[in-house]
Design a protein around this ligand. Structure first.
Ligand code: ADP
Ligand code: MG
Length: 380
């Protein structure tokens, strides 16, 4: 039995992959009705740091994994005494703190965005002017653009920092993005690595809206990004599925933005478009089966469906027209089983395949029209 900390959609898709391999999963989640709990073999409805819950998990499972970023690293460290944690608490802790994360990535020889660490008021003295306009990001607990504020001057940065509760932050230079890409790498206990094709990500309001695969970048840049992700995984002695997000600047300059110690939203397409999905790799690593091939079997476009799609015609939520989506060719609809649609909440995703990327994009445009999705120029 695999023990999973967390109950969201990533966990749900991991369980679906586990079931296809004949494996069983116990979910520990305070919400016993969430996306993962709905299809788990066993559900423990307790907090992630609840001693009784962790003990039950420890007694019944041989390996442990997680599906959300802010799982208490301490719980993973505790579980490590009873079985294999994939990934372990040490790696999760690094990825949970933007200060440690940037320090670690830079130590791997991978460029990061110019930034300063802010932990005290004095840290605002002598900040280089080149960091402005910038973005002040809380070091911990940020996701989907939360815990970040644009700042244009030292004075504004100081007052924004106070308003954010004077918590530890990084102040990043706002760089001109030519595009955003991500690399997902699976690394097993023996150090074998399987790297997924580079995805190109389009965000709206700090939330991923579209992933296109393959990314429209040259082979050299793609290889550079894949090698950087592998170097990070290897240096960390990471065991599990790791996503590294990168910014591409003009001239093809690459900078790592952040990493996620788990399957990632930008890898959802792999369920349909790759020989082995990111979720299956995670299961394979947990049960010590060899990694599968990450070969791209079809170009793909993934569309995130946020709760906004429920509020197109009125203030009262109404179910989007799934039948019309399903009627499209080569389109896979993944509903996460969340009962409460809210604007900005990830409710579902749709993956559109095509024999070429333009064909997949055409299908994605039809789906985005049906659902009224805000994709910016993500499908151009
Ligand atoms: P989160 O943890 O919310 O994903 P990120 O640091 O990845 O936080 O920021 C979310 C998005 O905001 C990025 O994908 C990118 O589009 C934009 N962004 C973040 N930092 C910068 C930056 N330094 N310069 C330009 N855009 C940025
Ligand atoms: Mg991000």
């Amino acid at each position: 039995m695999i023990g999973l900390l967390g109950g969201g959609q990533l966990g749900r898709m991991m369980i679906q992959a586990a079931h296809r391999l004949g494996e069983r999963v116990t979910v520990l989640d305070p919400d016993g009705q969430g996306p993962a709990a709905q299809i788990a073999d066993v559900v423990i409805t307790r907090n992630y740091d609840d001693k009784k819950g962790l003990d039950q998990l420890a007694r019944t499972c041989t390996s442990f994994t997680t599906e959300f970023e802010n799982v208490p690293a301490e719980s993973l460290r505790h579980l490590a005494r009873f079985g294999a944690t994939r990934p372990d608490g040490r790696c999760v802790a690094v990825a949970q703190d933007r200060i440690d994360e940037k320090r670690f990535i830079a130590a791997c020889g991978v460029d990061v965005v110019p930034h300063a660490v802010i932990t005290r008021l004095e840290d605002f003295d002598d900040l280089p002017a080149s960091l402005f306009p910038g973005i002040l990001k809380s070091a911990r607990l940020g996701y989907d653009g939360k815990g970040q504020q644009k700042v244009h001057s030292v004075t504004e940065a100081r007052s924004t920092w106070s308003a954010m509760g004077s918590v530890a932050c990084v102040l990043e230079k706002r760089v001109a993005l030519e595009r955003e890409i991500s690399v997902i790498v699976a690394r097993d206990l023996h150090g074998e690595m399987a790297v997924f094709p580079v995805g190109e990500n389009i965000h709206r309001n700090g939330i991923l809206a579209v992933t296109r695969v393959p990314a429209a970048i040259g082979d050299d840049l793609a290889e550079h990004a894949r090698q950087a992700a592998c170097r990070i995984a290897q240096t960390m002695e990471y065991v599990g599925v790791l996503c590294v997000e990168f910014f591409v600047l003009s001239g093809g300059r690459l900078m790592a933005n952040e990493m996620a110690p788990r399957p990632h939203n930008s890898g959802h397409h792999s369920i349909e478009s790759c020989a082995t999905s990111q979720f299956e790799q995670q299961v394979r690593i947990c049960v010590q089966k060899p990694l599968g091939s990450t070969a791209l079997t079809s170009p793909a476009v993934m569309l995130n469906v946020l709760g906004d799609a429920w509020f197109k015609s009125s203030d009262q939520p109404s179910e989007p027209d799934w039948q019309a989506v399903r009627a499209q060719p080569d389109v896979a609809l993944h509903l996460y089983g969340k009962s409460d649609p809210r604007p900005g909440r990830k409710m579902a995703h749709v993956t559109c395949l095509g024999s070429t990327l333009p064909q997949a994009l055409g299908r994605a445009r039809n789906v985005a029209d049906i659902l009224g999705l805000d994709v910016g120029d993500g499908l151009a």
